[in-house]
Ligand binder design. Structure first.
Ligand code: ZN
Length: 99
């Protein structure tokens, strides 16, 4: 890895951890009922445009794709699963989304 890459990785991680800490503080203040309400409001809705997400199951990886803006959303651990696909599997995976 080049020194500049290492630096970029470091700053991206710092930025993520700073933002995560801020959000965790906010979450602590939310009571259980408020959290439940947030989940009901946003579950399976696109975080960018607010429209419904469509769940696509490919080899046990459940990918959520927006019905409006075509954004693709992954749950925890799914990015690692996709990276683990072989070349053929990756091609098939991307062909699901082609128009
Ligand atoms: Zn969307």
């Amino acid at each position: 890895m080049k020194p500049s890459e290492r630096e970029e990785e470091y700053f991206a991680r710092m930025e993520y951890e700073k933002k995560k800490k801020l959000e965790e503080e906010k979450h602590k203040k939310l009571a259980g009922a408020d959290k439940q309400k947030q989940k009901e409001l946003h579950y399976m809705m696109c975080p960018k445009c607010g429209m419904e997400l469509i769940e696509i199951d490919y080899k046990g990886i459940k990918i959520d794709k927006c019905s409006e803006c075509e954004g693709v959303w992954l749950d925890a651990g799914e990015l690692e699963q996709i990276i683990g696909l072989d070349k053929g599997g990756l091609d098939k995976f991307f062909s699901i989304f082609k128009k």
